[in-house]
Write a protein that binds this ligand. Structure first.
Ligand SMILES: Nc1nc2c(ncn2[C@@H]2O[C@H](COP(=O)(O)OP(=O)(O)OP(=O)(O)O)[C@@H](O)[C@H]2O)c(=O)[nH]1
Ligand SMILES: [Mg+2]
Length: 304
C-alpha cells in the first residue's frame, strides 16, 4: 500500500485568467471531454469546475474558474470568491493569457495573489493559432517573466491542441507523491443535472446577442432515465419579461433553436437519445439577490 502511495503522484491545478482567454476550452482539452461550456462572450463560466486527468501514476485535478473581473452584482461577488477559493486549494496555477495581448489588470491581480500565497505558476499563452507573427511572443514572455518567476511558459492553442501535451508534461513534473486525490475514473464533480443546464445556457449564450444572455440562469428540474432515452427538463430564468419574449422568439422559433442545439450536445455527452423540454421564466434581478442566487444553485463549493 505504502509503495503504491509513493509511486502515485498528484497535483491540484487552478486554471485562471481574465474572461474569454480560453480557460474552459483548455479544461475540456486537458480531460478530453466537454465538461465546461465555452462561448465567445466573456464571463461564460460562473463557478469553479473540477476536471480530473489520470495517466498512469500521475493525476492532475484541474479547477476551471470564472474569468476575473471587478464584481458588479452578487453573482460577480460569487464568481470572484470562487476564484479565491480555487487559489486557496491548489498546488499550482496555470495563468492563461492570449498571444499578442497585453498584461491585463486581472493578470496583475492574479500575479499578486501568486506572490502572496507563494504559489508556483505556469504561464500558458493561448490562441497561438491566431498569431501570424510568432516573434511577438518573445516580448510578451519577457514582460510576464519580469513580473513573476513562472516555472514554465508554454505557447498553446487550446482549440487545436498544439502545445497542450507540453503543458501537461510541465504540470506532471510538478506533481507530488502521496497517492491520488480522486478516484482514477472520475472525470468531473459536475452533477449530470448541472452539465445539462449548462449546455442549455451555452446555447443561449451562443444564440442571443449581448444583453439577454448575461442575465440568464438555467436549472434542471428533471433528469430521468427511460432505458435508452433520457428525459431532461430545464427552466431558463431571465431578468425581464421582454427578455422572455426574445428567448422564446416568434412562434417559439428561438427556443426551438436553442433546444435543438443543446439536445445535440447532450446526446453526445450522455451517449444516448435525449428528450429535452425547455421552459422560460422571469426572475427579476436575480443576479443582485444572494438568496435567489443560492436557490439557483450558486452555493460556495466544499472542496476544502
Ligand atoms: N482561435 C482560438 N480561439 C480559442 C482558443 N481557445 C479558446 N478559444 C475561443 O475563445 C473563446 C472563449 O473561450 P472560453 O474557453 O469560453 O474562455 P474562458 O476563458 O473560459 O472564458 P470565461 O469563462 O468567460 O472566463 C471561445 O470562442 C473559444 O472558442 C484557441 O486556442 N484559439
Ligand atoms: Mg470559462
Amino acid at each position: 500500500m505504502n509503495e503504491m502511495l509513493n509511486r502515485q503522484r498528484s497535483a491540484m491545478v487552478a486554471i485562471v485568467g481574465r474572461p474569454n482567454v480560453g480557460k474552459s476550452t483548455l479544461l475540456n482539452r486537458f480531460v478530453g471531454k466537454k465538461i465546461a461550456i465555452v462561448s465567445r462572450k466573456p464571463q461564460t463560466t460562473r463557478n469553479r469546475i473540477l476536471g480530473v486527468l489520470t495517466r498512469e501514476d500521475c493525476q492532475l485535478a484541474f479547477l476551471d474558474t470564472p474569468g476575473l473581473l471587478k464584481p458588479r452584482n452578487s453573482l460577480g461577488d460569487f464568481m470572484v470568491q470562487s476564484v479565491q477559493s480555487a487559489l486557496d486549494s491548489v498546488d499550482v496555477c496555470v495563468l492563461v493569457t492570449v498571444a499578442g495581448g497585453e498584461i491585463s489588470k486581472a493578470d496583475e491581480e492574479l500575479i499578486r495573489r501568486f506572490h502572496d500565497a507563494h504559489l508556483p505558476a505556469i504561464l500558458a499563452i493561448n490562441k497561438i493559432d491566431q498569431l501570424a507573427d510568432k516573434t511577438q511572443l518573445m516580448g510578451q514572455i519577457q514582460a510576464y517573466m519580469d513580473r513573476f518567476p513562472f516555472a514554465a511558459v508554454v505557447p498553446i492553442s487550446a482549440r487545436n491542441g498544439s502545445g497542450v501535451e507540453d503543458l501537461l508534461q510541465e504540470l506532471e513534473s510538478m506533481a507530488q507523491p502521496g497517492g491520488f486525490l480522486f478516484p482514477e475514473d472520475l472525470l468531473t464533480d459536475q452533477p449530470e443535472r448541472v452539465i445539462a443546464s449548462e449546455m442549455v445556457r451555452e446555447k443561449v449564450l451562443r444564440t442571443l446577442s449581448q444583453e439577454v444572455p448575461h442575465g440568464v440562469a438555467a436549472v434542471t428540474e428533471q433528469l430521468s432515465d427511460r432505458g435508452d432515452l433520457l428525459d431532461i427538463h430545464v427552466t431558463i430564468y431571465c431578468e425581464k419579461a421582454s427578455h422572455k419574449g426574445i428567448l422564446i422568439g416568434k412562434g417559439g422559433e428561438m427556443l426551438k433553436r436553442i433546444g435543438a442545439a443543446a439536445r445535440e450536445d447532450l446526446e453526445r455527452f450522455f451517449g444516448c437519445q435525449v428528450n429535452l423540454q425547455l421552459w422560460v421564466k422571469v426572475k427579476e434581478d436575480w443576479r443582485q439577490r444572494p438568496q435567489t442566487l443560492q436557490n439557483l444553485g450558486f452555493v460556495p463549493d466544499d472542496l476544502q
